[in-house]
Design a protein around this ligand. Structure first.
Ligand SMILES: [Zn+2]
Length: 40
């Protein structure tokens, strides 16, 4: 499991696979995630 935390409030971010953005459910801030390299 990934351990991504909000840089603003420190809350745990629930990531959606296939999405490059995530919204913190605690403070509502939106983050852009670094692009994942897909296995080839
Ligand atoms: Zn937050």
């Amino acid at each position: 499991m990934q351990d991504n935390r909000c840089q603003i409030c420190g809350g745990t971010l629930a990531l959606d696979e296939g999405s490059n953005t995530v919204i913190c459910e605690y403070c509502g801030n939106k983050f852009n995630l670094p692009e994942k390299k897909t296995k080839q």
